[in-house]
Write a protein that binds this ligand. Sequence first.
Ligand code: BES
Ligand code: ZN
Length: 901
Amino acid sequence: MLLVLGRRVSLSFVKRVIPQDPVLLSKPILQNFRTIQFRVIHSSTVFAIATRQNTDTMPERRPFVRLPTDVYPVNYGLCLKPDLIDFTFEGKLEAIVEVNLATNQIVMNCADIDIITASFVPEGGEEINATGFNYQNEDEKVTLSFPSALQKGSGTLKIDFVGELNDKMKGFYRSKYATPAGEIRYAAVTQFEATDARRAFPCWDEPAIKATFDISLIVPKDRVALSNMNVIDRKPHPEDDSLLEVKFATTPIMSTYLVAFVIGEYDFVEGQSSDGVTVRVYTPTGKAEQGKFALEVAVKTLPFYNDYFNVPYPLPKIDLIAIADFAAGAMENWGLVTYRETALLIDPKNSCSSSRQWVALVVGHELAHQWFGNLVTMEWWTHLWLNEGFASWIEYLCVDHCFPDYDIWTQFVSADYTRALDLDALDNSHPIEVNVGHPSEVDEIFDAISYSKGASVIRMLHNYIGDEDFRKGMHSYLLKFQHKNAATEDLWDCLEQASGKPIALVMSSWTKQMGFPIIVVDQEQQGDDRILKISQKKFCASGPHNGEDCPNWMVPISICTGEDPGCTKLKVLLDSPETTITINNVSPDQWVKINPGTVGFYRIQYSSAMLESLLPGIRDLTLLPVDRLGLQNDLFSLSRAGMISTVEVLKLMEAFVNEPNYTVWSDLSCNLGVLSSLLSHTDFHEEIQEFIRDLFTPIGLKLGWECKQGEGHLDALLRGLVLGKLGKAGHKPTLEEARRRFKDHVEGKQILSADLRSPVYLTVLKHGDSATLDTMLKLHKQADMQEEKNRIERVLGAISAPDLIQKVLTFALSEDVRPQDTVSVIGGVAGSSKHGRKAAWKFVKDNWEELHNRYQGGFLISRLIKVKAPGHCIQCISKVSRPLDFFHILLHYSLILKWIK
Ligand code: BES
Ligand code: ZN
């Protein structure tokens, strides 16, 4: 099943089983599958569009020039007065600027703002009023003209302006919430990354144009007002005693996209990190308790990064705040990190284990940016991948530190690594490093390639360098570029110096060209030595690259043997199309495996004999979980590419019958989900369901419905996964038990534990009728927590009847669904069946204006587009579902627009 929002949240949304016969995979099904191949990719409309785009209908790139540098800001004195009733704001900017080159024009970024007056006061000179404001709306710029030249030197640029507190979740916007008494009110909040600070105040809105900020907010006196820094003054407004003027300390020199302010009603919990930083988690009023988990994570995380980077967090405080209407998952504004409610709030009774894990990862991610991104900032958006890829890697390091029992690195392989491999094998992928210009292009690169491939190649690099030298290099990078900007190559230089290894050379092969290799391996025994023949070729979802100009990668290759599966016996750097490697002292009965730990960013095709020798390691669990997962995932991928038959993969599934590991099951389940979705409208549909039921029954029996003493986080995730899988596949006992428990839940007799809700909801809906849907919608209405609302929204699409599907789609656009969540409801429908996909796509087309208007071309609209992807794509995406993963399907938003018309 699919779901779109929290990447890994979706992994674990299923739960429980009901016992039946022990599992034997029926032979006939294996035979029947012999004829099936996975090569469906070609038939998808989406693939067709993308191909077209890559060739002749490439959308024109909008011309773009960076801001001139003849005048630049040193300090922004900024005062904003939002009106939370009329949804407008007044602003006053007094920026200290440096004129480099005499000029009578100042060009700044500015969008959706009306300038009332502007003037320039040269240091020690007379005020010069601007005589013209020429807005270049397309470029989101304004040119201020002055009657005489502004001379080289310092001066103050004064601008009075007004703007709207918009409802598009970008710039300075309004966010709707209900008070505990049910009254609807609005908060004023910001989301500036990538290029929307210009919607709140005229500014030089480029990451390399850093300045300090002195921010004041004029707010109703009963509201909380927050910004990046601590409050240094709070006084009544001279003209209106219902207002307060709140002044914040001067920020360090920083980029505009990291500025933030929030005005609203919130409670908070507070702690202190061991390195002396005050940490607060702000929650909706009355829900301070729900901030405790994130607070605990943040208080542990700050000293962890402080120690890892060996650079202190430079601000006196950090606030983490849950915002009701929020487009991204979270945003790393320096000192004031904003989150969706579901990425920050945990209710001990009503939050499930996967939500806890998600909150920990998101907190770990955003706090990492406080160093990597905020202190050292990318020079231009081309290097965004480094920001996001790095944070997406180190969030796991952080969670592994805080919660070693989560086995989070194995989950990385399923959530980010295999996902990146899947997407990057498509012809419409793109290199990690892409040149971007116009703001409309920037949103497009917040995608799975930047995040998940970025994180995966950094993990490979970390492994290639070793932790000690990697940390050394990171430290010198942060020290050298702190309060400045850096490019990808600057990090490579520092890591190269620390490690003595050819980092730039190795890494550019991964970041500057799209795709990755498939490593083809064969072996031969010569006495006590094992001789491996290894070659590389670009791997494509449609099969291996054939043709002349096949790209090459610098591939760090590690090898282990059956003697010690956890230990790397040999490391080589493959820098040519093929090579021969000798491993000494390997007896003929030992297996040899490439890529232990599943760290290298490539697929592997073993000779049949090599593969055969590895299979017992799956069955007897001597291979590490991460390697069992990796082998299985490679084989699925090879079969999808038509390189091996599906039946071989299904045979392999039998070896997993004793599998105890949650993440291995989760990845396997996702791959079977892809297969099931492909077969959903063929004669094989029932057979694959039976196959799934057979495979999952023993583990389901073992786990049962009740949580047992001594169980931990991963047991809870596994139970949810297995029960949901069985329920969805129509396993009778599971379905009956789910219905029974659902009834008790609805009647208030026995409330379902949070970890059982998703699998039960999914099961009853999948096999439910209109009464089931109505009950779910009622539960949705009653839910007080956004997590519960989202949980329901994500499974609604499982309903089968066409008229009910239509009802779900209408619900997606209703007032009851927050604007950022509409996408996951429609996505749920699109991923559930062939009919759902068609209906969802028609719905998107029919409601295009409304949807477009809601998101105004932000990244949510792009996410929405992906809902029309064929089921197997959606499945792949959603198994991990970083929210920003649309790029693999569309490439340019403008193309989609054309296509829709
Ligand atoms: N910097 C991003 C937020 C962002 C995303 C801003 C897209 C503008 C456009 C932030 O650090 C981030 O990556 N957030 C993720 C959550 C994260 C844990 C993967 C998100 O919003 O999905
Ligand atoms: Zn990020």
